[in-house]
Every structure is written in C-alpha cells, then in structure tokens.
Ligand binder design. Structure first.
Ligand code: AMP
Length: 506
C-alpha cells in the first residue's frame, strides 16, 4: 500500500507519460500524464509561494475543470489539506466553512471574488485567489509562472490529505478529516475490485467537490493510470455520443434514470462499456432491471459516504443484486447492530450499519465530542444508515437512522412504506417522512411523484391499508412534480419536512 497519496499517481504512471491521455474534455482538449506531473508541481509551487504550509487547509469553491484536479494534486504534493466546497453554497454558507476550517487560502470563481473576498477576510483567511470553469484565474496564472519541478512534501499515512464537509441533508455540515492512507487504500481497493487498468476510459460527469467525483472516480483512474472524459455537467446526449470511446461510467442514480429516457440508449450504444457503477443514493431495483433490459448491462451498485469512502460493492464477477449495495470490500468490516443496545444482530435483522477499515476517516474536524460519539470503543464507525446483511453477505440499506419515524410510539422505516407506494401503478417515486402531529408525535406522510394514470390519494391509502400495519400507513399522501434533490441526487427529506411542517397543525 502506498503511504503518500501522490505516490499512488507515481506508482501507476505510464511508461511514457507524455503519450498517455489522462483527461479529455468535452471540447476535445487532451491532457496527458506528463501534463498532470508538471501542472500539479506548478500548483504545489504556487501554493507554497502563497504561504501555504504543510497541514494548512486550501479551501476551493470553483467550477469543474481539469485544473481543479491539478490543484487538488498540487495541494496534496505540497502537504496541504484539500478542502473542496459545493459550488452551490452561498456567501453566508461559505462564511461558516471558512470560519470552521480556517484555511490559509480560499480559491473561488473570479465572478464571485467581490462578494467572497470580504467574507474570507472576515474569517481570517490570509489569501484569496481565483480559478474559473475554463481553468483560468489568478491561481492558474501563478501556476503558469511557477516551476514544473516539485519535491513532494513528505507526509505520514495518518496525516490529512483532505477535508470534505458532509452534505448536511440532515443537519449542519461537519468536516470529515480524510488521511493519505484513507484515500490511497480505498482507491487501490476499488481499482482492483472493479478491475481498472490503463486501458480504461471513464466517463466522468460528476461534480468534483464530493467524494464520488473526486475520490471514487478520479482516484480510481489515478490508481490505474487510466483516462477519463472529464465533463463539466451531466448531458445524456453528450454521454451517449462518448460511450463508444469509453469503457466505464460512474454515476448517481439520476444519471441512469435520465439516460433511460433517451431512445439512443441501446445495446449497441453501450457495447464498448465493461462496467456501469452507481452510488451516492439508492438505485431503484426497477432502474436496475430496466437498464439491464435496455442495454444488457447489470449496473454495479456500491455504498459509501463522505466519512468512510466506499464500504461495500456488488461483485465484479458474480451476482449484482438489484436493491442491494453488495458485499463488504476487501479489508472493510461491516456489521449491523441494535441501535439501542449495540448488540450484534443476525443475518436479515434490520439495525444500524457500522463499519471499520483503513477507509474510515480520522474524525470530524475540531469536533472531538462528535467524533467520540460516532465511534465505538472497538473502532467501528456508526454510519447512521439502517440496513441488514442477508445470509449471502449482501448489504441492504433501509434508510437513514435519522429518517426513522416514531408515530404513537411505533417505529416506522420509511423505506418499507416507500417500497409499497412505488409498487402502485403510476407511481414514479416516493418519499415518506414524519411530520409533527399533536396526537401521534409524528404523522407518517408520503410525498409522491405520479403519472396521470396513478390512483388518487383515497384509493392509494385504501390499498396500503391492506398491505401495511395500520400504524405504518401514511396519514396523508401529497403529490409533487418532483422530489427535491441535492447535487448528488439524494432526496432532501429535510426540505420536505420544512415545506410541509404545518400539515397536521390545524
Ligand atoms: P455522502 O456522504 O454525501 O456521500 O452521503 C452518504 C450517504 O448516502 C450514505 O450514508 C447513504 O445514506 C447514502 N448512500 C450512498 N450510496 C448509497 C447507495 N448505493 N444506496 C443507498 N444509499 C446510499
């Protein structure tokens, strides 16, 4: 196992770096592994010139471009801690992140410099630089002027390489501290498990401020000396046009449901692809089946989170079972325990999923109490996800622990109700939430996206009453055109809870 994250790149460099494409953009620009080495060195030098020291955070809120990858690798080479931020965050939100992380440098889009600079200065950030979606800005200029040789700053495996703030769909974002060893080990494990090689070409249409696009996708490419189409946004038609020149794609479930709407999605269009991977949110079993029927490919679903990198994966060879997130990855231990007592649960029993392994983060930035509360004494991390492990070892996710609805003293797992709703004719998808209710504490409530042929609320409720214990049945079923989702395609139940907070309040 490599110790310094950049050694992952060095260990897998092609024999002739200048002859091997690393990134090809939508516009057809090709950047090679030689460009990667030079440009990451230039960014490392530029960061040092700006006063960034080993261990300093480099906070980055910029649009996706190849330069962001070089900046990420430059930060790692300089011994700094890369801290990417969602491009959707407002100045008020950025104020929180900068105040919390106290970076030495904040890199933002040139167009946002005017509102962001005072925010950064107020948070005590020493330097502000810019980088735009075309990879230009004051930081790129500094890199242009810097040398292309750089001696990597030595780091220990346990030193931080990155901080990623949790997406905060359930509360205030926390900074997950990820070490060199966390990131390098998971990249190596995934590259091996998914049989990546230098012959692979990955379609990369994910954002790079999140673990999926930055670590799963980019690091796996780096760990195998492969190439990627690096696309600034998800455009199904563009992706279909690139597929004949690619071998793999990683996406969130929304990528797959949107591609299924394209008539051009055929076995022929996907015949050069050897692997489709999905994660970050549950892939509906129906999407898995439809995809297989349309293309002949079984999507490989895996499960991970910001704090842990990837924990489980359906097998490369062997059954990829729809509706499951597969088996524990090599070196990763996964168990299910009773959330109240901590007792280990047998196969098929639903409880809290806990994980342990070299992939699991070091803790929450400057939150020792929160960190202590989320780790068991034997080193297992409490994921907050509820699920079960079947007798074959496949992990099934049932929902977030915080999703659990307690109504009249009874526990209701939203996923169970959602599965029943999704099985009704005309229902596209559903989200079940608990809303404040004077009698029950929480009232089970469903929000559904339905086609015109779907039954009405009363008819649906009647059908559900025949299938679910009465306490699990929604008190109301609300209709929506779509469910609110974050950038990674996760349904934002907190938004639904806020929107409908008054439903049972008279
Ligand atoms: P994030 O930290 O933003 O990557 O979110 C991690 C959370 O996404 C996990 O704790 C799960 O709740 C959810 N998640 C990720 N992958 C899957 C999956 N394949 N199926 C179901 N939920 C998933």
């Amino acid at each position: 196992m490599v110790k310094h994250l950049f050694d992952l790149v060095r260990a897998n460099l092609p024999a002739d770096p200048a002859a091997k494409t690393f990134i090809e953009t939508a516009e057809g620009t090709r950047l090679t592994y030689a460009d990667l080495m030079e440009r990451s060195a230039a960014y490392a030098s530029a960061l040092v010139d700006l006063g960034v020291k080993p261990g300093d955070r480099v906070a980055v809120q910029v649009e996706k471009s190849a330069e962001v990858v070089f900046l990420y690798l430059g930060a790692v080479r300089a011994g700094a801690v890369f801290l990417p931020l969602n491009t959707a965050y407002t100045a008020a939100e950025i104020e929180y992140f900068l105040g919390d992380a106290e970076p030495a440098l904040f890199v933002c889009d040139p167009g946002k410099r005017a509102p962001m600079e005072p925010v950064a200065r107020a948070a005590g950030v020493g330097q502000v630089a810019t980088l735009d979606g075309n990879g230009r800005g004051t930081l790129a200029e500094a890199a242009d002027a810097a040398g292309t040789d750089f001696a990597d700053v030595p780091r220990e495996p346990d030193d931080l390489a990155a901080i990623l703030y949790t997406s905060g769909t359930t509360g205030r974002s926390k900074g997950a501290m990820l070490t060199h060893a966390n990131l390098a080990s998971n990249a190596e494990t995934l590259a091996e498990t998914w049989r990546f090689s230098a012959d692979d070409v990955l379609i990369h249409a994910l954002p790079v401020f999140h673990t999926h696009g930055l670590f799963v996708a980019t690091n796996v490419v780096l760990a195998s000396g492969a190439a990627m189409f690096f696309l600034s946004k998800f455009d199904p038609k563009q992706i279909l046009s690139l597929m004949p020149r690619a071998t793999t794609m990683m996406g969130v479930p929304t990528f797959y449901t949107r591609l299924l709407k394209e008539p051009g999605l055929t076995p022929d269009a996907t015949k050069s692809i050897r692997l489709f991977v999905s994660g970050s949110a549950p892939l509906l079993a129906e999407t898995h089946r439809e995809w297989q029927a349309r293309t002949g490919h079984a999507i490989l679903e895996r499960y991970g989170m910001t704090e842990t990198n990837m924990n489980t994966s359906n097998p490369y060879e062997g059954a990829r079972i729809a509706g499951t997130v597969g088996l524990a990855l090599p070196g990763v231990a996964v168990r299910v325990v009773d959330p109240e007592t901590g007792a280990h649960l047998p196969a098929d029993a639903v409880g809290m999923i806990e994980v342990k392994g070299p992939n699991v983060f070091k803790g929450y930035w400057r939150m020792p109490e929160k960190t202590a509360a989320e780790f068991k004494t034997d080193g297992f991390f409490i994921t907050g996800d509820l699920g079960k492990i079947d007798p074959q070892g496949y992990v099934h996710i049932v929902g977030r622990g915080k999703d659990l609805i307690i109504t009249g003293g009874y526990n209701v797992y939203p996923k169970e109700v959602e599965n029943e709703l999704d099985a009704l004719p005309g229902i596209v998808e559903s989200a079940v939430i608990g809303l404040p209710h004077s009698d029950f504490g929480e009232g089970v409530t469903a929000v559904v996206v339905a086609r015109a042929d779907a039954p009405g609320e009363a008819e649906m409720l009647q059908t559900l009453e025949g299938r679910l214990a009465r306490f699990k049945c929604p008190k109301r079923i609300l209709f929506a055109d779509e469910l609110p989702r974050n950038a990674m395609g996760k349904v934002q139940k907190n938004v639904l809870r806020e929107t409908h907070a008054q439903l049972y309040q008279g």
